[in-house]
Write a protein that binds this ligand. Sequence first.
Ligand code: ATP
Ligand code: MG
Ligand code: MG
Ligand code: MG
Length: 356
Amino acid sequence: MPLKLGVLFGGQSGEHEVSLMSAASVMKNIDRQKFEIIPIGITKNGHWYLYKGDIDDIQNGNWLDNSYKAILPPDPSYHGLIYFVNGEIKIERLDAVFPVLHGPRGEDGTIQGLLELANIPYVGAGVTSSAVGMDKVFTKKLLEHAGLPIVPYLVFTKKQWYGQSEDVAENIETRLGYPNFVKPANLGSSVGITKVHDRVELTEALNLAARYDRKIIVEKSINCKDVECSVLGNENPRASTVGEIMPAREFYDYQAKYCDTATRLLIPAQLPDEKIEEIRTLAVKAYKVLDCQGMARVDFFYENGTGNVYVNELNTIPGFTHVSMYPKLWEASGLAYGKLLEDLIDLALERFQDVH
Ligand code: ATP
Ligand code: MG
Ligand code: MG
Ligand code: MG
């Protein structure tokens, strides 16, 4: 009997649309002989639905038309999704869940906590690693503590920015200078991120980041190439080859990631072999520092001129769209998309057995 796999898509973060693309891609590439897909949509307001329509209608945002209201109870006796058809209550059993959700309330340990309570195995990192991976400040603190290279940064709260704007701006200018990067501490897909060149841009950037998070991180800008490495595994994680991004814009922003077809992914990265090995080793180390499980895509800066490598961040639910680096790096390392998905589900089941 095929395993009933709940695939969560949508969600409440600024990465809702990216999740729709990622989830559709996952559902299309999964082996239907082995897995029965149960698509579960979460609206931007956080309402859950069991989706019964075509996978192609997920990406265009019309999926709600073909859905039934649903809830996932934290009570483990249901072991699945409760949904409502014409006033009648039904239950859909879930053997495992793949949360293809990016950003807060999806990738940050909240959904993972619900699945823990419900006693359902799920793909990817557990509660703590998810929460830490989502938070760029906690991530940096842990990486720094482990002696891994990171870029200089400062942290401010939204209240500090609006209460002491002049002090905050001066602090950034003296300690980091321009250009710098202003980011919401918890988000992804470059949503809310600005590369800042002067005081006017700094003010706009801090205002923008404050719309997404109560915590704002500002980093020194590195003149660099973006390079990324995929990691897969539980106890003995392994690293893929390394990929390089050639964004069609000033940096790898939302447009460059999902809209601008001129952005190129170079796999493997055009770096000396020893640098590739250094990055792969750092990727596994960073993964272990955060105690990740299942998967993560580790993002790096490769500094032009010096060749210095810095760990930027870990994405515990990386993009799975047809243009996404995580599956592409594995494909280039000899692991096909479909097989990668199977391995991820196996890792989820293995982790569940390990804990229970
Ligand atoms: P993801 O989609 O990978 O989750 P994210 O929203 O978490 O992205 P980051 O990866 O931190 O954001 O930053 C997005 C991009 O901005 C980077 O890929 C890089 O191009 C650029 N960038 C961010 N920080 C810096 C920095 N300190 N120096 C140079 N470039 C940077
Ligand atoms: Mg990220
Ligand atoms: Mg991300
Ligand atoms: Mg990134």
